[in-house]
Design a protein around this ligand. Structure first.
Ligand SMILES: Nc1ncnc2c1ncn2[C@@H]1O[C@H](COP(=O)(O)OP(=O)(O)O)[C@@H](O)[C@H]1O
Ligand SMILES: [Mg+2]
Length: 385
């Protein structure tokens, strides 16, 4: 079938101009695709790499319409957007991927989990209230919408903490999974239903903040777990009728009564994801290039691993504020196989994602060791404006 777009000249509109939007725009430039970002900030990370940045709220119908009319395909780099208006645009014939419908399901973690459970995909036991859940504490409470980077997740040790540590707004409760490992399956699905899956990765979190600090590709897991993780992840994206790149976060635990490892879906992100940054250096097709291919209805690229890779997030130090400064830049760049990525955010704050590094080496042990060195060398602090 002849593709409907004339190349070069295809214009992609992106809701959001954060680091994910920025990295999409960098790939788009390489591929001859024009990009326009909508972002509330006057100076978002995508500025300077997008062909055009429109300043505006991601819930403002006027601004979203302006973006849509300038582009042939619309996508987003953040879930917190006006899905209702995107649905209106879709009925008017605009091409939007992932579809506003799949985004709407994902936006509400409770609806998302319900859909997976109905499709017989494995999720931890969950319920609207802890009484309904009927499991012993400790339990996890989550906000249904708006959470990210551990904001909107609270671990409650006992019933008294529901009052003291409980979350505001619409929430739900789930089992505190005693997992051995958190893994992620990154995959792309095209409008025709073709899928391409990258090797499964390990995600390492800071236990205090629940922020992902490190990603290790490939994951050090047995083949059966990898296959099961891929099976349920493809299932989840199919149930969502997802088009684009999706990241499925999973728990691997040994806590089954028969001792068999179990794989549980935690949540799905309908976009390129922190767990896939390593693909820029470590795979034949980066998650950003693949997302462009998928949402534009182009053939998907090879997800082969080129070399084992370890990614470290560069987060603002505790108490950091003001203009960001990087310590250890030169020493880190001396590490063999290290690639440095900076998001050009104008302000730093505690735990804010400011950039990342990926170390790519012929063997994973070396990549892990060198990534740890990089982590020790690099600190992101702030100086007064
Ligand atoms: N049911 C659970 N059991 C154990 N740990 C959990 C559970 N849910 C979340 N967590 C921990 O909190 C982290 C963030 O939770 P998640 O639901 O993925 O929220 P976010 O939207 O902030 O990524 C997870 O990656 C995991 O480390
Ligand atoms: Mg998560």
């Amino acid at each position: 079938m002849k593709h409907p777009y004339t190349m070069p000249g295809l214009t992609l509109g992106i809701l959001g101009g954060g680091q994910l939007g920025r990295m999409m725009c960098i790939e788009a430039r390489r591929m001859g695709i024009t990009t326009i970002c909508l972002d509330p900030s006057p100076n978002p990370p995508a500025k300077g790499v997008a062909d055009l940045c429109i300043q505006g709220d991601l819930y403002d119908p006027v601004k979203i319409q302006e973006l849509a009319e300038k582009a042939q395909v619309l996508t987003f780099e953040i879930e917190h957007v006006n899905t209702g208006y995107l649905q209106t645009l879709e009925t008017q014939g605009f091409t939007i991927y992932p579809s506003p419908k799949s985004l709407q399901v994902i936006q509400d973690k409770f609806v998302q989990k319900t859909l997976f459970a109905q499709a017989n995909l494995p999720v931890p036991p969950f319920a609207r209230t802890y009484k309904e859940l009927n499991l012993p504490f400790p339990l996890v409470q989550k906000t249904r919408t708006g959470g990210y980077d551990g904001r909107g997740v609270s671990i409650l040790a006992d019933e008294t903490q529901v009052a003291t540590k409980g979350l505001e707004g619409e929430t739900f409760f789930e089992e505190l999974v005693d997992f051995d490992l958190e893994i992620a399956v990154l995959l792309a699905r095209s409008p025709s239903g073709e899928t391409a899956v990258w090797p499964v990765v390990e995600m390492v979190f800071d236990p205090a903040t629940q922020i992902c600090t490190k990603v290790c590709a490939p994951a050090r897991i047995p083949a059966e777990i990898e296959q099961e993780a891929i099976r349920v992840s493809i299932g989840a994206v199919q149930v969502l009728d997802g088009v684009g790149v999706f990241a499925v976060e999973l728990f691997v635990s040994n806590s089954n009564s028969n001792g068999a490892p179990r794989v549980l879906i935690n949540e799905v992100a309908p976009r390129p994801h922190n767990s896939g940054h390593w693909t820029i250096e470590g795979s034949l097709t980066s998650q950003f290039a693949q997302h462009l291919r998928a949402v534009c209805g182009l053939p998907l690229g090879s997800t082969d691993l080129t070399m084992p890779s370890v990614m470290i997030n560069l987060l603002g130090e505790p108490g950091a504020q003001g203009k960001p400064t990087i310590q250890g830049y030169e020493q880190a760049l001396a590490i063999p196989g290290l690639s440095f990525h900076w998001y050009e955010k104008s302000l730093v704050s505690t735990q804010r994602k400011m950039g990342h590094v990926t170390v790519t080496r012929p063997n994973l042990e070396d990549a892990l060791r060198l990534a740890d060195q990089a982590q020790n060398l690099l600190t992101i602090t702030g100086e007064p404006l």
